[in-house]
Design a protein around this ligand. Structure first.
Ligand SMILES: [Cu+2]
Length: 232
């Protein structure tokens, strides 16, 4: 065999040897993500160069979007919802101005004076003493208190005999007005209030002097004397 033929045969044999190498040796470098990282493989295979991925068109390795870390907020955001009170705030009760204590005014004591047939008769509550002054008929005397207000009711409970009605003289010292004519049979009441301001014994009488029987009636009327005693 000529030398050129031998040389060609040797070259062919070398090429066959190269293409008969195992697939593992011809395989591409470890694909990223499928096997161990380049650093580890480089450590296990020190002969290999670390693989650096270079993207086409000069793109850099995309920076992975960092996963949003869930962090617990240190402070909860304050709620913007305004709390509306379910019930309106109570209107404060105004302070009541204390009513000044008024000195109670004692109610007037009602006393009644009946112009009866030839006599005066007092009637009054049990607290008011009523007596008879001797020498004149009837319960003709009443004792009152100075400063106490009384309400005097003058009337006549006497039967109507067709005579002139009685009259009441009044007592000027006690500011009691006179009554000229008091109808019989309780036909009317004359009412007046007064407050004795002085003490003493005060006389009043019937002033009628011209009745139907001048000979007797006038004297009878003259018997109608009464008293108001005022004490402290
Ligand atoms: Cu009289």
């Amino acid at each position: 065999m000529p030398p050129r033929v031998l040389l060609a045969a040797a070259a062919f044999a070398a090429a066959v040897f190269i293409f008969s190498c195992s697939d593992s040796e011809r395989a591409l470098p470890t694909a990223p993500g499928e096997k161990a990282p380049a650093g580890e493989e480089a450590a296990s295979n020190p002969s290999r160069m670390p693989i650096v991925l270079v993207h086409r068109h000069g793109q850099e390795t995309p920076t992975p979007t960092p996963t949003a870390h869930r962090t617990t907020p240190s402070v909860r955001p304050s709620s913007t919802r305004t709390h509306t009170p379910s019930t309106p705030s109570a209107t404060p009760t105004p302070t009541l101005t204390p009513t000044p204590t008024l000195t109670p005014t004692p109610a007037p004591i009602v006393i009644r004076l009946d112009a009866n047939t030839w006599q005066w008769n007092w009637t009054a509550p049990p607290s008011v003493p009523i007596t008879q002054t001797t020498g004149f008929p009837g319960l003709n005397t009443i004792t009152l208190k100075k400063g106490q207000t009384y309400e005097l009711h003058v009337f006549s409970n006497a039967p109507d005999l067709g005579l002139a009605p009685h009259s009441f003289s009044g007592i000027s010292f006690l500011n009691l007005n006179g009554i000229s004519s008091i109808p019989y049979e309780n036909g009317h009441e004359f009412v007046q209030q007064f407050t004795p301001s002085v003490t003493g014994s005060f006389l009043f009488n019937c002033t009628v002097t011209d009745c139907s029987d001048p000979g007797n009636i006038a004297n009878e009327h003259d018997l109608m004397h009464g008293w108001i005693n005022v004490t402290n």
